[in-house]
Write a protein that binds this ligand. Structure first.
Ligand SMILES: CC(C)(COP(=O)(O)OP(=O)(O)OC[C@H]1O[C@@H](n2cnc3c(N)ncnc32)[C@H](O)[C@@H]1OP(=O)(O)O)[C@@H](O)C(=O)NCCC(=O)NCCS
Length: 180
């Protein structure tokens, strides 16, 4: 069993793996279009040249990245594949100089074994802005926010929200890329 970076021909298989766990809300649904567009975020898990799992790392900035869409095919679970995927994505985050990795999950025990700890959702505005504010379960979320590394002191949000918002006082909080 090994992991490798995904390439475009893997997109349909990745879509199938995610879709099998998005119907019941375990994973956020991802369209094939979205997967193709973001295929460079993905790592796949292979056994005998067959793709049996996948996961993605979404980059918000060096302050934060998010592990998403982690799944291993039912018949291949419990053999260390999920851990291999998370470790590969953590290595990728390190390569990018990311200081905090977050994720939202209903399987906190699995991620706890990999060094993640429970966090406050409000400490992760980049993620809230990207996904949560359009989620039908925004006010009744049953996912646990977890982080590994230093909780970010700022967030980078797309226009028209504030380009950069300060969460806590700190050296990076004074960074004003637009010169104001
Ligand atoms: C969660 C998932 C990716 C784990 O993959 P896996 O290949 O079974 O994981 P591993 O074999 O690497 O397991 C590592 C450890 O975590 C434990 N573990 C695995 N899945 C777990 C879960 N859902 N809850 C709690 N612990 C879990 C294993 O028992 C193992 O413990 P051990 O080291 O003490 O033996 C897989 O079960 C899956 O695809 N689930 C459906 C999709 C999902 O829930 N994704 C995560 C949502 S963000």
């Amino acid at each position: 069993m090994r992991t490798r970076k995904a390439i475009l021909p893997d997109a349909a298989k990745i879509h199938g793996l995610i879709s099998s766990y998005s119907g019941d809300g375990t994973l956020l649904p991802r369209t094939l279009h979205e997967i193709c567009e973001n295929v460079r975020d993905f790592v796949v898990l292979e056994n005998d040249d067959q793709i049996i799992g996948c996961g993605a790392l979404h980059l918000y900035g060096t302050h934060l990245a998010e592990i998403r869409s982690i799944t291993v095919a039912p018949g291949a679970q419990g053999q260390g594949g999920g851990s291999k995927l998370v470790n590969a994505l953590m290595l990728e985050a390190k390569r990018h100089g990311v200081t905090c990795i977050c994720l939202f999950t209903r399987s906190p025990q699995f991620f706890g074994k990999l060094g993640f700890r429970v966090a406050k959702r409000e400490d992760l505005p980049d993620k809230i802005y990207k996904d949560c504010h359009v989620c039908p379960r925004f006010h009744c979320c049953d996912e646990v926010a977890m982080v590994r590394g230093e909780v970010p002191k700022f967030a980078i949000l797309p226009e028209p929200a504030n380009f950069l918002i300060k969460i806590q006082a700190g050296p990076q909080a004074n960074y004003h890329p637009q010169g104001d």
